[in-house]
Design a protein around this ligand. Structure first.
Ligand SMILES: NC(=O)c1ccc[n+]([C@@H]2O[C@H](COP(=O)([O-])OP(=O)(O)OC[C@H]3O[C@@H](n4cnc5c(N)ncnc54)[C@H](OP(=O)(O)O)[C@@H]3O)[C@@H](O)[C@H]2O)c1
Length: 329
């Protein structure tokens, strides 16, 4: 069988992604054939496209999609034809940017009826990321003050809503006044509009926290924010790096962190917080509960045709998007 899919043969700009007809194999044992109905766009897709996150080439693109099971391999248990499922990785081949694909059943998350396909594609990866960051990397408690960078983005908007519901005070950074309004609507109590050059937010964070600093800093921007993130944490607080939107964060001199209050510092990655099917499903269930209770509403703010994925990459890299983005086959 043939389907349309993106293939990438070399790293580079958005146009290195090629929209091609590809062969789709029959599903083997432990695999399912999925017809995609919506695909999640993640900034990390652009990191892989540019080579910032290395991946084997040639390859497909994307690791988050939602769809319907069309066939299962011999002896396969766990899903059946007609099931609505989503996935956020755990697949040996990046092939979410495709009309259909074969994926291991172990990676598939059955979707509850109350979540439509587009919302699921927009919220599964980003929502499970928000879940592990707020509930495991650092467990946010009522009364905490946290700092969320890119607060109007896909992960950021979900984190702000969820942390707010947990009883935290949320400070966020954004690049424009419009994004500040959007972040505020999504539960960020104190959005800070940062300038491209010069000091950005640490002074304001100190002021907002009566000089104490934040209990936890969630830094997905990296190069442009890391030093100030370290200056915004309270004594023995937590500083988490989980993305590199502006480039990799600079190296941290661990001995020097004794002079800034001995913070706990970690680079957190989704793959290390979904290490088994059990852990993946437990985090997914927590996300679904947060969505069903209304604590988290995934804002699906941009929709593109799948074949226009290059345009979607240009827009997210140019910081033109807010909330989540889906690609539609
Ligand atoms: N480690 C993990 O487990 C994990 C999992 C998922 C996502 N992530 C990370 O979480 C972050 C958010 O992901 P997302 O897909 O939801 O993307 P997103 O937040 O919707 O988009 C990225 C945002 O980063 C901000 N940004 C700051 N400096 C930037 C720069 N120099 N270039 C481009 N953007 C810049 C922009 O917001 P402003 O214009 O407001 O600054 C932009 O809208 C990414 O860094 C991603 O890699 C990590």
């Amino acid at each position: 069988m043939q389907a349309k899919a993106f293939r990438i043969y070399k790293t580079g700009g958005p146009n290195v992604m090629k929209w091609e007809s590809v062969d789709v194999p029959e599903p083997g044992s432990g695999e399912a054939l999925i017809r995609h109905t919506a695909i999640g766009l993640n900034l990390a897709d652009t990191y892989r496209r540019t080579g910032l996150y290395p991946m084997k080439l040639p390859n497909g693109m994307g690791n988050e999609a939602v769809g319907v099971v069309e066939a299962v391999g011999p002896g396969t248990r766990g899903v059946k034809v007609g099931d609505r499922v989503g996935y956020i990785g755990g697949t040996p081949f990046f092939d979410a940017y495709s009309e259909m694909r074969v994926a291991p059943v172990d990676a598939l998350i059955p979707l509850p009826d109350f979540i439509d396909d587009r919302t699921a594609a927009a919220g599964l990866l980003k929502g499970i990321t928000a879940q592990y960051l707020l509930r495991a990397s650092y467990r946010v408690r009522k009364g905490d003050t946290i700092l969320v960078h890119a607060a109007a983005g896909g992960v950021g908007a979900i984190m702000c809503q969820w942390a707010n519901a947990l009883g935290a005070t949320v400070i966020g950074t954004v690049s424009t006044e419009d994004k500040a309004k959007f972040a505020k609507k999504n539960g960020c109590h104190h959005p800070i509009v940062v300038k491209r050059k010069g000091p950005k937010f640490a002074k304001k964070v100190r002021k907002l926290t009566d000089g104490e600093g934040c209990h936890a800093i969630y830094d997905s921007v990296g190069k442009e924010t890391w030093e100030e993130s370290l200056s915004s944490v309270r004594h023995r607080g937590t500083v988490i790096s989980f993305g590199s939107a502006s480039g990799k964060p600079p190296k941290t001199d661990i001995a020097a962190t004794g002079a800034i209050g001995s913070p706990y510092i970690a680079r957190c990655a989704l793959v290390n917080y979904t290490t088994s099917r059990r852990e993946l499903m437990s985090r997914a269930r927590d996300l679904f509960q947060a969505m069903e209770s209304g604590a988290v509403k995934v804002p699906v703010n941009q929709k593109y045709k799948l074949k226009d994925a290059s345009k979607a990459h240009k827009d997210i890299e140019a910081r033109k998007t807010t909330g989540s983005t889906v690609l539609l086959p």
